[in-house]
Design a protein around this ligand. Structure first.
Ligand code: CAA
Length: 258
């Protein structure tokens, strides 16, 4: 993969978007490489994935403006679908995905962060949807996920005004869970990923599915989704190991993902 690096550390996968000359902007090749990286994650071993950007300046500075500048209506729609399909795949990826936002997260960059389960960032991070200032709408889910995450009023203020916000405001409005000095960001992301990876992997996956799928339907249906996924856990060895350890007043040594 030319624009994306992948590394595994224990049960944690790390995907790094690596196109620093263009502040990691997303053209079709970069998007394709991100998809390939996710496809390559072995979810029988990996229990959480971290997505970050190469360098200390930018997570992702958006979709590639040079590539978009000459697009027709049909090409624009195709590009939107191309990005949206990949971001939806990340959103529904079986294991939790953490965005470690190490700088600019603008346009497609903010949209990439928002399709991850959890966002943390460095103090120099900047978030925004500058598209209206370029004559377009957000195109990789920004009009939908931003409003769901921080509420329609604040999202509309940011999107209509093409107003970027800094890390402290992103924290205040709930766009990120925590802010760290740049040099501590990856260690914090790794600690969070390892905390998740210590728990029963099938249960964690079912939690992700229950929260995500439940949010898309009304409460009666949402509760049924939870009941089914809750029940499924009782067929796992990890449930037996976890509960036996509790009853024997000891910590479970390790969950085996089965
Ligand atoms: N697309 C293409 N190239 C980009 C880019 C982008 N989104 N963002 C930055 N770059 C390139 C610059 O053109 C520049 O390249 P050259 O050195 O070849 O000139 C290089 O990255 C460095 O950028 P700057 O010199 O501009 O760096 P800076 O520190 O002065 O500014 C910045 C940083 C504020 C992030 C500025 O680069 C910027 O405003 N970038 C565009 C941000 C943006 O509008 N993103 C939204 C894109 S639209 C979108 O994403 C649509 C969608 O929803 C799908």
């Amino acid at each position: 993969m030319g624009y994306v690096d992948y590394a595994a550390e224990g049960h944690v996968g790390i995907i790094t978007i690596n196109r620093p000359k263009a502040l990691n902007a997303l053209n079709e090749d970069v998007l394709r490489d991100i998809e390939t990286a996710f496809d390559a994650v072995d979810c029988s071993e990996i229990r959480a994935v971290i997505v970050t950007g190469a360098g200390e300046k930018s997570f992702v500075a958006g979709a590639d403006i040079a590539a978009m500048s000459t697009m027709t209506k049909e090409q624009g729609e195709h590009f939107g679908k191309f990005g949206n399909d990949i971001f939806r795949k990340i959103e529904t990826f079986p294991v939790p995905v953490i965005a470690a936002v190490n700088g600019f997260a603008l346009g497609g960059g903010n949209e990439l962060a928002m399709c991850c389960d959890i966002r943390i960032c460095s103090e120099n991070a900047v978030f925004g949807q500058p598209e209206a200032g370029l004559g377009i709408t957000p195109g990789f889910g920004g009009t939908q996920r931003l409003a769901r995450l921080i509420g329609p009023g604040k999202a509309k203020e940011m999107v209509y005004g093409a107003r970027n916000i800094k890390a402290d405001e992103a924290y205040r409005v709930g766009l990120v869970n925590a802010v760290y000095p740049q040099e501590e960001l990856m260690a914090a992301a790794m600690k969070l990923a390892q905390t998740i990876a210590k728990n029963a992997p099938i249960a964690v996956r079912n939690c992700k599915k229950a929260i995500n799928e439940g949010l898309e339907v009304e409460m009666d249906r949402a509760i049924e989704i939870e009941e089914k996924l809750f029940g499924d856990c009782f067929e796992t060895q990890d449930q037996k190991d976890g509960m036996t350890a509790f009853l024997e007043k000891r910590k479970v040594e390790a969950f085996h993902n089965r």
